[in-house]
Design a protein around this ligand. Structure first.
Ligand code: TRP
Length: 469
């Protein structure tokens, strides 16, 4: 029965297109904007190492699980979880995993579009020569001028959200496929150019040491949780992006192979972004832990000084915007697919209403850089909270539930049928990771990083003292 299901939204025209689309979803601001600055905030090398372990042992197996579930259910994540639970005779409450994804998706899209708006704005700044011969102060000043202006931020945020709604409204093959085919390879090439420049003119030794020399004293529960959250964010996991893309995947495509390709491509881009940025950070004596402005402040200095920088810089921000675009599309798609299936709305209506809601929510993040800068309940401003709740809490939680469902609740016959290789080594490796490593890994990191373990520990200690002393 599952084998005969078809998606009402269409299907990717080939395996290659799926790989491009999934890579387009994965590669985005998460790699180029977020990875370097979160690495900077968490002390460098050791964080990178933990991140790589998270990708390999938790991320890629869950990526495969999401594709598998999506392709078997052939619907939006909410409905996919519901029909699969139904197939297996399980509670329909599994659909809540899809709902959690919708909440996470709105939160992510809201701030994602604000940051993508910065990238959009920077195309014009760089092309206009604003950064020619810029000093650090110029570059920082320009960034703060942008983030200080509510009007400009709102406009760019709106422009980016409009682009996203436009593609999603056009649907799977009409919109998505065309965008990713050309642009992903172009992004990769320009990134290599910047890496070359950065390594030859920045402080390559210091940058590489910072990225690849682990200092384990900088590791604690919170940094490991941050690495796990970053792995989920960067691979687009835990909220249904990859699941919904999997639901458009032709039946004969290998899940194992595609997951590994997408996971590796995403990781390579993140590392390249780090190699492009940190030599400049150290070459110019900048602060690696300065937060969300990092990429915008460092790379523009490089563009301001390199030959042809106006051109390469503009090209870079065009490609970054496109990378963000192909990701944002995949954040909006799950909820739009659900509205089309369940509310019978047209794609246009669903995209508009979904996008505008996320845009409104994004105004809160946008104000966090100016009027609400000092409004920081619990030590975080609105933007930080939106990012923290979605990325560090909801995504790992969603991913863990996907792992539990795919490993423990879905029958082995179903998962093996969908995996398509019989009881091969690949299948068994995946199963082992998805049964034990992924759910336990997330649970432990979670308990440790949020202080839950210590809280439970002191509670138990208090109980036992009360009982036995
Ligand atoms: N992975 C994308 C990036 O790195 C962002 C993204 C797309 C995402 N879909 C997602 C993040 C789903 C979390 C969940 O830019």
């Amino acid at each position: 029965m599952a084998a005969a299901r078809k998606s009402m939204h269409g299907e990717w025209s080939s395996r290659w297109i799926f790989i491009l689309a999934a890579t387009g979803s994965a590669v985005g601001l998460g790699n180029i904007w977020r990875f370097p600055y979160v690495t900077g905030e968490n002390g460098g090398g050791a964080f990178v190492l933990v991140y790589l372990a998270c990708v390999a042992f938790v991320g890629i197996p869950i990526l495969a699980a999401e594709i598998l579930l999506g392709r078997r259910g052939r619907q939006s994540p909410i409905n996919t979880m519901r029909v699969l639970a139904d197939d297996e005779g399980l509670s329909s409450r599994w659909a809540y995993v899809g709902w959690m994804g919708v909440v996470a998706g709105f939160l992510i899209l809201s701030f994602y579009s604000v940051v993508a708006g910065w990238s959009l704005a920077y195309i014009f700044y760089v092309a206009g020569g604003v950064f020619n011969d810029a000093t650090i102060a110029d570059s920082q000043g320009e960034f703060h001028q942008l983030t200080g202006s509510v009007a400009r931020l709102t406009l760019w945020h709106a422009a980016f959200m409009a682009m996203t709604m436009f593609v999603v409204a056009r649907g799977v093959s009409g919109g998505l496929e065309k965008a990713v085919k050309l642009l992903m390879p172009a992004l990769f090439s320009i990134l290599l150019v910047i890496v070359g420049y950065s390594l030859t003119t920045g402080d390559a030794a210091a940058g590489l040491r910072y990225l690849f020399e682990p200092d384990f004293s900088k590791i604690n529960g919170a940094t490991i949780l941050a690495a796990l959250g970053q792995a989920f964010f960067s691979l687009s996991l835990g909220m249904g992006s990859i699941m919904v893309y999997g639901s458009y995947l032709p039946k004969d495509v290998s899940i194992a192979q595609t997951s590994i390709i997408v996971g590796c491509a995403d990781t390579v881009v993140a590392l390249l972004a780090g190699i492009a940025i940190f030599p400049i950070v150290f070459g110019y004596g900048l602060e690696p832990g300065q937060g969300p402005g990092l990429v915008f402040i460092t790379l523009t200095i490089a563009f301001g000084h390199m030959p042809g920088g106006q051109f390469f810089g503009a090209l870079f921000f065009i490609l970054l915007t496109v990378a963000a675009w192909t990701s944002a599309i995949s954040i909006l798609e799950p909820v739009v697919a659900w509205l089309v299936e369940s509310a019978r709305w047209s794609r246009l209506k669903a995209s508009l209403i979904g996008g505008v809601s996320a845009w409104l929510l994004g105004i809160g993040s946008l104000l966090s850089f100016n009027y609400w800068e000092d409004f920081t309940p619990g030590g975080r401003n609105f933007f930080d909270w939106a990012e923290f709740i979605s990325t560090t809490i909801l995504l790992p939680l969603g991913g863990m539930l996907v792992a539990i469902f795919a490993g423990w609740r879905l029958s082995l016959a179903s998962s093996m049928d969908e995996f398509g290789t019989g009881p091969s080594v690949g299948y068994r490796t995946w199963l082992g990771l998805i049964l034990f490593v992924a759910p336990l890994g997330v649970a432990i990191v979670f308990a440790e990083g949020t202080g839950l373990r210590r809280a439970v520990g002191s509670f138990l200690a208090a109980v036992s003292t009360a009982l036995f002393s």
